[in-house]
Ligand binder design. Structure first.
Ligand code: ZN
Length: 156
């Protein structure tokens, strides 16, 4: 999965996106810049994650997804979440994340629940991205399934 993530130049990848029915996702935090000097481990594997909201506050932010190439849209997310999961060593970990990292784990966790970021956008955003979505549905933009070897060809 990590190879796939890097091949796609992505930040996060959930197992169902590559046809694996497992409750896990990976995030490569090194894709983020570490402006506030916070300690960020590079690649993290979140196994059997459970998300809880840790704040009522929400924030809007731009998201994209490897499963929806060429689309980005504004999504409202909880600003702070608590995530409990097992790491690769089988240890139970509990973390509180906020801002962008909170957004990333919510996006990836949603994949495990069968929810896509386009399910969470406003009607206005939906109509804005509709042409691209139709291109994807019609196969004119090839979606990411982990099997791409060549550059995706985009028809017009
Ligand atoms: Zn995604």
């Amino acid at each position: 999965m990590l190879e796939t993530l890097h091949a796609a130049n992505g930040l996060g990848l959930a197992a169902p996106q590559v046809g694996v029915s497992r409750m896990l996702f990976i995030v490569d935090w090194s894709m983020l810049d570490d402006a506030d000097g916070e300690e960020i481990e590079d690649v993290e594997v979140y196994i059997n994650p459970v998300l809880k909201k840790a704040a009522e506050k929400t924030a809007m932010g731009e998201e994209g997804c490897l499963s929806f190439p060429e689309i980005s849209a504004r999504v409202e997310r909880i600003d702070q979440v608590e995530i409990s999961y097992q790491n690769l060593d089988g240890e139970e970990v509990v973390k509180v994340l906020d801002d962008f990292p909170a957004r990333v784990v919510q996006h990836e966790y949603d994949h495990l629940m069968g929810i896509l970021f386009i399910d969470r956008i406003s009607a206005r955003e939906r109509s804005r991205i509709k042409p691209k979505l139709q291109d994807i549905l019609a196969g004119r933009i090839k979606t990411f399934d982990g099997s791409q070897k060549d550059e995706t060809e985009v028809g017009s």
